[in-house]
Design a protein around this ligand. Structure first.
Ligand code: ZN
Length: 262
């Protein structure tokens, strides 16, 4: 055995191979992005995603590139007997890409797969109460973000997000959780101050049984608050800006989007 490590020739071959792989990957990516966005895909988006109608043309073109890049990289897996279609990939991929199209660097690079069930799916979980008693149980979910590599969605609930009048959007919700998991933590000072204040205000309103613009589910914890605030930001931007201007301003800065002007 040599104490000198790998032979220089072996090292050179390994480095050449690595460089070749990287170049090939980059070339494939460029080729995929250079292809025009299929007209059929545009039609699918126009009919299946209400948000698609509102996005300005210039942003829409960049969003198409971002969507392509996401669909090229992320694996979509049908679960519970569901066969994944182009429509499913597009409807999910396009809305997810809206969250990152104007964010520099912090996107879904670490996301490995999106699992899609036909309907709500059941997860087994154990909940520990304040006394430390652990209860095993199961819960039906419409979406779930697992660490920073998988997102699980119910297709039925993705389609329910179709309602143009409401804030509900499970795709925006789960992909917002992903960004929060992956890049959460330190942000600018006003971010923490405003989100904390708005979260507490929602909790208080829910406690008083008041009607709220932001989904009361956001009172669960700050992570849920961020996810439902993201839904409201894109689904009901003008109402959010009018009733929660500081929160709107923080989300506008976070996503680099100004949907109230669309
Ligand atoms: Zn959530």
């Amino acid at each position: 055995m040599s104490a000198l490590g790998p032979q220089p020739a072996v090292l050179a071959i390994a480095l050449t191979l690595l460089a070749w792989l990287l170049l090939r990957r980059r070339a494939r990516r460029r080729a995929a992005l250079a292809e025009p966005f299929p007209a059929e895909w545009r039609r699918l988006l126009a009919t299946s995603v209400p948000l698609h109608q509102r996005v300005p043309a210039e942003l829409c073109r960049r969003l198409e590139r971002e969507t392509r890049e996401l669909l090229r990289r992320v694996h979509f897996v049908g679960c519970g007997g569901l066969a994944i279609t182009d429509e499913m990939r597009l409807v999910i991929g396009w809305q997810a890409s809206l969250l990152t199209v104007n964010r520099s660097g912090e996107g879904f690079e670490g996301l490995y797969s999106v699992l899609v069930y036909p309907d709500e799916f059941v997860v087994e979980e154990s909940i520990e109460d304040e006394a430390g008693v652990i209860t095993e149980g199961s819960r039906a979910l419409s979406g779930q973000t697992i660490e920073t590599d998988r997102i699980v969605l119910s297709w039925c609930d993705v389609l329910a997000s179709d309602d143009a009048d409401g804030a509900y959007n499970v795709v925006l919700h789960e992909f917002a959780h992903y960004l929060d998991h992956a890049f959460g933590g330190a942000r600018w000072e006003s971010w923490h101050r405003v989100l904390e204040r708005e979260y507490r205000a929602l909790c208080a309103a829910v406690e008083r049984d008041e009607e709220t613009l932001i989904d009361p589910y956001g009172a669960e914890d700050p992570a849920e608050f961020f996810a439902v605030a993201t839904e409201t930001f894109l689904q009901l931007p003008r109402e959010l800006e009018r009733r929660h201007a500081p929160l709107y301003a923080e989300l506008k800065r976070f996503y680099g989007l100004d949907p109230a002007r669309w």
